[in-house]
Design a protein around this ligand. Sequence first.
Ligand code: BTN
Length: 157
Amino acid sequence: MGKMGFSLVLALFLVTIGASSERKCILTGDWKNDLGSNMTISAVNEAGQFSGLYLTAVSATEKPIVESPLTGSQHVDNLEQPTFGFTVKWSFSDSTTVFVGQCFMDDQGKETLQTMWLLRVKAKSMGDNWNATMVGTNVFTRKLEEQNLGESVRSDL
Ligand code: BTN
């Protein structure tokens, strides 16, 4: 292979690496959803496991809302638009919510978490089991401060 051929292969390799690293989606950070709820996800480990805190903006109960712990995992074998799941064990109620979703990244590098959730409230008895589970969707975006930081870091590259 001549000098020219080698340079071409190298350039192609670098472009591919650059493009794929920009599209990586790791859930660590601060997120806000369409209801105004906030969540913070701590570092994701090699296995894809993470923990965090969830502050919901709404509740099915009358109880005062407090921040609640979450644990989950994301795929780390391929970080391009990975799927994930997490559970929130509500600190102020007897309920539990599970979320599943996928992280999407647009051409500008903006990440969106498209999720579906099941919220299980505690039924008084088995007879009330039939209406104890709610289902819905939430869309999360990175909180503004983080997005701006990400954009300025990217433009420095
Ligand atoms: C409860 O009401 O017992 C706990 C709070 C549930 C909040 C739900 S979970 C799904 C949906 N998405 C949110 O951000 N908040 C609500």
